[in-house]
Design a protein around this ligand. Structure first.
Ligand code: ADP
Ligand code: GLC
Length: 484
């Protein structure tokens, strides 16, 4: 089966969050099932060296003010189709934001172009290659199903994955003509969302199937608390909505071979984890002789991630003799809050503001526990990396966090199946209790070692979930055959 995967990020080339990890890892897992993927991405400046190794396979003289072409390349075992359009993507700043920290004002056009060219490829624009299925990820690829819906000729089926419904891609309806989207689609049953064009909504309306990244989030999305105005649409499409848990790339995230670690280790050779712990303590300027666990946070600092609750729980954490290392960036108030906490509790709390991929690996390798107090979490990957690295997850009971961590309550502890600590409701006091529980278990070394070992043995790879995607691709193809 031939798959065209369309997304705005893909690890290890360009990443702002978990979307990239998924888009980078899934094609390799699908390949073992006979699904040959090509991943289509914008050719951002970070990809210039890869573009130079590729071959032009398609071009168009002008799209939104400049020439565009597709360059086919192979890198890190992934088949890439890079959309080279310097007027849209060759910019400083990040892939979504300018150097002033604001969204590029033409993000609607930039990502509509990605979707438009993907739809051209889906319709056979490339010589000798046409996908059987298109898989569109998040709002940046949300217009792909809409562009396909507008075509008169038969189109391949499209699967739309929601990684985070908080990001909907809302733009001025005045753009409809520029984007080449038929005005007949601008209705409440179509792509209109409260007076805007909704790119994600377009995907949810016109895709053949909708997936999201955990079974719990699939249920949550149909509730007003989580659906962000799209819950009604998702309820109406509930028979086409499936939650498939993310996996992780077991090669990129392997504590035995990880080059970012000071010392490799396995579940049978856990002693070396202490060498990474010592390195981390040093890196964050923490005191080397504390009695409690070393917690970490590796995260975007946003309201979603609930880290304001952790700020409130810090006095309790410190009082237990525990320590905290934070790596993250985002909301300026949260950044300032953690920096102030590091000044207030020197030796106990260390903070690095920024984005640092190798350091994130060392933190997974060296910490005792990872705290993820998210208000909502579609899947979450850092708890999965935590499990793999024997770093016990302490998580809010929501979305994918609820689906991947087994809480160390009395029953689970006596049945010896617990892998972490969950808390609910998502409040500072419940988080504080969870931190106390984690510290209590940490004080019982055999119990703690049980959590660590079970976590490390817990399956977090892609095998089961890749098969689930494979089944969905097969189902949408079969449905088209039946329709025709
Ligand atoms: P989200 O995609 O909502 O940000 P996920 O848990 O799915 O959350 O994925 C976050 C990814 O980004 C993980 O791979 C995590 O290690 C990484 N990450 C987040 N913040 C940082 C940071 N400051 N430095 C390095 N990696 C980070
Ligand atoms: C989003 C979600 C996160 C998920 C990731 C990958 O960024 O916030 O929970 O793990 O996508 O699917």
């Amino acid at each position: 089966m031939k798959l065209l995967c369309v997304a705005s990020e893909c690890a290890p080339f360009v990443k702002t969050g978990g979307l990239a990890d998924v888009v980078g890892a899934l094609p390799k897992a699908l390949a073992t099932l006979g699904v040959a993927s090509r991943v289509m991405l914008p050719a951002y400046p970070a990809l210039a060296d890869i573009v130079a190794t590729g071959q032009e396979v398609w071009r168009q003289r002008a799209l939104h003010g400049g020439p565009v072409r597709l360059v086919a390349c192979q890198a890190e075992g992934i088949d890439l189709l890079l959309l080279d359009a310097p007027h849209l993507y060759d910019r400083p700043g990040t892939i979504y934001l300018g150097t002033d920290g604001r969204d590029w004002p033409d993000n609607g056009v930039r990502f509509a172009a990605l979707s438009y060219v993907a739809a051209e490829v889906a319709m056979g624009a490339l010589d000798g290659w046409r996908p059987d299925v298109v898989h569109a990820h998040d709002w940046q690829a949300g217009l792909v199903p809409a562009y396909l819906h507008q075509r008169d000729a038969p189109t391949p089926p499209c699967v739309m994955t929601v990684h985070n419904i908080a990001f909907q891609g809302l733009f001025d309806p005045a753009l409809m003509t520029t984007l080449g989207v038929s005005s007949t689609l601008y209705t409440p049953d179509g792509i209109e969302y409260f007076g805007h064009i909704g790119f994600l909504k377009a995907g949810l309306v016109y895709a053949d199937k909708i997936t999201t990244v955990s079974p719990s989030y699939a249920r949550e999305l149909m509730q007003p608390e989580f659906g962000m105005g799209l819950e009604g649409l998702l309820r109406a499409r509930s028979s086409d909505l499936v939650g498939i848990l993310n996996g992780i790339d077991l090669d990129a995230w392997n504590p035995e071979t990880d080059p970012a670690l000071e010392a490799g280790y396995t579940v049978k050779r856990l002693k070396s984890k202490a060498i990474n712990r010592a390195a981390l303590i040093k890196r964050f300027g923490l005191a080397p002789d504390q009695r409690g666990p070393l917690f970490c946070v590796i995260s975007r600092l946003t309201t979603q991630k609930g880290l304001d609750l952790l700020l409130d729980a810090l006095p309790a954490l410190v009082a237990r003799g525990a320590q905290l290392a934070v790596l993250g960036s985002g909301d300026k108030d949260l950044e300032a809050g953690f920096v102030a906490a590091a000044h207030r509790y020197p030796g106990a709390i260390g903070v690095i503001i920024g984005y640092d991929e190798p350091l994130s690996h060392l933190m997974q390798g060296g910490s005792d526990a990872i705290v993820i107090p998210s208000r909502f979490e579609p899947c979450g990957l850092t708890q999965l990396y935590g499990l793999r690295y024997g770093t016990v997850p302490v998580v809010a009971r929501t979305g994918g966090l609820a689906d991947t961590v087994i809480d160390a309550n009395e029953a689970a502890r006596s049945a010896k199946c617990a892998t972490g600590v969950q808390f609910a409701p998502v409040t500072a006091s419940a988080l504080e209790q969870a931190i106390h529980r984690a510290c209590d278990i940490y004080a019982q070394p055999t119990e703690w070692a049980g959590l660590v070992r079970r976590g490390m043995r817990h399956g977090v790879g892609w095998d089961v979930s890749a098969q689930a995607y494979g089944d969905i691709y097969a189902a949408v193809c079969d449905a088209r055959v039946t329709q025709d």
